[in-house]
Ligand binder design. Structure first.
Ligand SMILES: [Zn+2]
Length: 111
């Protein structure tokens, strides 16, 4: 008898929370293990998608960050959990004001 509840019928949807996140500097990717899949995200692409107030105008939604200003070989120095809903990424370019929520990461992984 399995104790695991059927997928999609629990209050907390476990598949929306990463089981593991690992940045691979050599490959330039962030590996994310979800309950139902494994994803690889380009670090440079992820950095360019940052939606903090320094990267995106909070009022107009206009992107302030010039994607070309992000080096293709950018890496992650440190990742910090924020509550149980997001991660704060400390980038090698010194940027660390952006939060990536699990739902945002799921969205990026699905795109
Ligand atoms: Zn940002």
């Amino acid at each position: 008898m399995s104790m695991a509840p059927p997928k999609g019928e629990t209050g907390i949807i476990m598949s929306d929370i990463p089981i593991e996140m690992r940045a691979d500097r050599a490959e330039g990717v962030l590996h994310i293990a979800w309950e139902d899949r494994a994803s690889r995200l380009s670090l440079a692409d992820l950095r360019r998608r940052c939606e903090c107030a320094q990267c995106v105008n909070e009022w107009t939604g206009e992107r302030i960050l010039d994607p070309d200003s992000v080096a293709d070989d950018i890496v992650i120095d440190k990742m910090e959990l924020v509550g149980n809903y997001a991660v704060r990424i400390h980038w090698s370019d010194g940027h660390n004001s952006g939060l990536f929520t699990w739902s945002k990461l799921r969205e990026i992984c699905a795109s």
